[in-house]
Design a protein around this ligand. Structure first.
Ligand SMILES: Nc1ncnc2c1ncn2[C@@H]1O[C@H](COP(=O)(O)OP(=O)(O)OP(=O)(O)O)[C@@H](O)[C@H]1O
Ligand SMILES: [Mg+2]
Length: 272
């Protein structure tokens, strides 16, 4: 393995890295003043344009890891680089989406979709055109003038996805974005997200508890151990693209990876 640095952006064997996490350890202070070790010596490299899913037992530090990559949490030990730079909260090239969307109730669907672009300084005409195209893509163009209170949870999450992708982020960080949805809405949204990602070419890191989702969407699935979270194993998903999320469950290879993941995750869940 050769690690090179070209114009500040690191590369391994000629592949440009969107994220490079090296020897990352993290601890929080408990209410009694003692230390809670959350991450221990985590190493992860995510090549540019790759879709990486992260799975692991509850409380193993997945959200903490994502917060460190987003620059929301400060690095204590080890290093994190995003496109070769120290992560910075508010970086317009990074989109962050949580399980529970936070749409502004006083803005319409269109207004909410335009929000991140507004903050990124995209002009009004361009903003509107991009927002409408994305709303069309997630099947919500007809609801452009509705308010969040008039939408179902699935619709709100679709707006949140459109808003996250609208500024064309280079890196998209997703923390269980589909977890609050019913099974059918979830499949439709995963499918829509996968299509959009295919077009935008962004690097994606997705945290999920749904192993099927991790395999269906990811190029790689990173399995973490129970706390303190370490990388247990990285699975390559050799399923061809473009993928039809709805049809994947009939693929033997999909089942094989899900089973293998579950066998290893189970050991970790039992350890908690
Ligand atoms: N700001 C904080 N202060 C103190 N403890 C924290 C803080 N954030 C997280 N923790 C603790 O760190 C541990 C890891 O939390 P984290 O949210 O990263 O886990 P997770 O893997 O995302 O879990 P889940 O799958 O349930 O979302 C947990 O024990 C949590 O209580
Ligand atoms: Mg979490």
């Amino acid at each position: 393995m050769t690690v090179e640095v070209t114009a500040g952006v690191p590369a391994v064997d000629g592949v440009t890295l969107a994220i490079e996490v090296r020897g990352l350890s993290h601890a929080f202070e408990r209410p009694d003043g003692s230390s809670l070790e959350v991450l221990r010596h985590v190493d992860v490299s995510v090549p540019r344009g790759r879709f990486v899913a992260i799975v692991g037992p509850s409380g193993c530090g997945k959200t903490t890891l994502l917060n460190l990559v987003a620059g929301i949490e400060e690095v204590q030990s080890g290093s994190v680089a995003v496109s070769g730079e120290v992560p910075r909260c508010g970086n317009q090239r990074v989109g962050y989406l949580f399980a529970r969307d936070a749409l502004l109730p006083w803005r319409t669907v269109l207004g909410n979709t335009e929000l991140a672009m507004e903050l990124a300084g995209v002009g009004k005409v361009e903003r509107r055109a991009r927002a409408m195209a994305l709303l069309e893509e997630v099947g919500l163009a007809e609801m452009a003038n509705a308010y969040p209170a008039q939408l179902s949870q699935g619709m709100r999450q679709r707006v949140a996805i459109a808003r996250t992708l609208a500024p064309h982020p280079e890196l998209v960080l997703l923390d269980e974005p589909f977890s609050a949805l019913d099974a059918q809405t979830k499949l439709l949204l995963q499918d829509a997200f996968c299509r959009l990602w295919g077009r935008l070419g962004a690097t994606v890191v997705l945290i999920t508890h749904d192993l099927g989702e991790a395999v269906a969407l990811g190029d790689q699935v990173v399995l973490m151990t129970s706390r303190p979270g370490r990388i247990k194993r990285v699975f390559d998903v050799a399923l061809p693209r473009p993928r039809s999320i709805v049809d994947l469950p009939s693929e033997p290879e999909y089942h094989r990876i899900v089973q293998e993941l579950w066998a290893e995750l189970r050991e970790e869940v039992a350890r908690r």
